[in-house]
Ligand binder design. Sequence first.
Ligand SMILES: Nc1ncnc2c1ncn2[C@@H]1O[C@H](COP(=O)(O)OP(=O)(O)OP(=O)(O)O)[C@@H](O)[C@H]1O
Length: 467
Amino acid sequence: SRFAIHYKGKESFCKAFHFLDVNACIPENYLGCSSSGLDLDLSPADFPLRRERNLLQQKEREEPSNHDPGRDTPKGKDDPETLSTPYKAGLAVAGVVVLCCGILCPCLYKKRKATTHTVLEKDPNSMDSVSSFNATPASEKVLPSPYRVPPSPSRFSPSPRLSRLGSVHLNLSEIVRATHNFSPSLQIGEGGFGIVYKARLDNNQMVAIKRAKKEYFVNLQTEFNSEVELLAKIDHRNLVKLLGYVDKGDERLIITEYMRNGTLREHLDVQQGKILDFNQRLEISIDVAHGLTYLHLYAEKQIIHRDVKSSNILLTEGMRAKVADFGFARTGPVDSDRTHISTKVKGTMGYLDPEYMKTFQLTPKSDVYSFGILLLEIITGRRPVEMKKPADERVTLRWAFRKYEDGNVVGMVDPLMEEVVDEEILFKMFALAFQCAAPVRTDRPDMKAVVEQLWGIRADYVKGVKK
Ligand SMILES: Nc1ncnc2c1ncn2[C@@H]1O[C@H](COP(=O)(O)OP(=O)(O)OP(=O)(O)O)[C@@H](O)[C@H]1O
């Protein structure tokens, strides 16, 4: 019966082995091949995940944009030689209007200038200082599928505004004061986007402030806009809340709620002092699954996070988990009859969906894949790739599935966790992780189904604990 319960997980993962063997996907990519089209040029010696992510970003920076608006402008319309007389008359009227604006604008500008460094004001117009997020540029085709359920019109209504968000009135001088002029003593971390500081605002609220690195400034502009635009539309207890931003001069700052207990990865590494027990790990998994379900199904626009990993899961004082870092996130297909977006591969190696890497087709199921890898990480404590282990044990997904097939789920549990967990519960957790990490996205459950399975596992676990 155990086999029957977990069969789907096994079947999917057997296909995974086949897929990975055929495409030489896992080990080779990590060791420097570029079967997916990404020239990652990685070697075991310089494997740190951050480096890979930076390489992916760097690769993207190197790619010239193929939708230069200047180049795309059709000749004729803007060419004065080819304009008709009524068109010229129209231009003359437009010229007068522009002249009037030229006279009036300095007055209007003066009025606006006072608010340019204020962030997320209650007035929805304060968003004007953020460049709009281009969800589907010309190069990112959206392909049709007959399977997608039509979304409700409200979910995809255009130009969502920020007025419903709680807001913090911030300006640069307040942030400079709160961070003691970006003092290293207040630094709490550093990521691909820049340095993160903690700070106490004038209203006594603790916040985290991400400051873009100036040297990467131009290249990170899209990432900044993406993070701000997406975070601004989101309000869910399992997603880190945006409190404000500054986009002024050469400063780009994102202010989010401060998460006192740091990242999930830090806890798995016991850097915060206490070992996570099984119940905490299960609750964290459920929280993350809730957050992702919200992004995929219930947000105003479908959002695909693209960088689900343990260092992007932050924990509150009460050890509730929230998904953070929306720098790579993007909106899903806009039309109801579309299922995926063709786009550049972004994310962190080890968590990246192999089908997305191969086909460049992004769907919410890429997040499901990353969640599967995260689930393995949560139960075993291992990173997705453990470079210090012998070659055949390095890739956690492979290592875990082999043990699972041998029926040795107990032997896979994080050795730091001393608690004895019922074997049946562990089988279910691993089976779910393998389903999520199936190589083909159609074999993966959606996040809502994942949540339901996790609820079932929690119910069984609680029953077992009460016995
Ligand atoms: N809201 C927050 N509250 C508390 N700590 C935070 C917060 N945001 C970020 N941090 C800390 O700052 C570190 C860097 O975060 P950031 O999101 O910039 O990068 P990352 O996700 O770790 O790496 P990368 O951006 O390369 O994926 C995190 O690992 C975490 O320790």
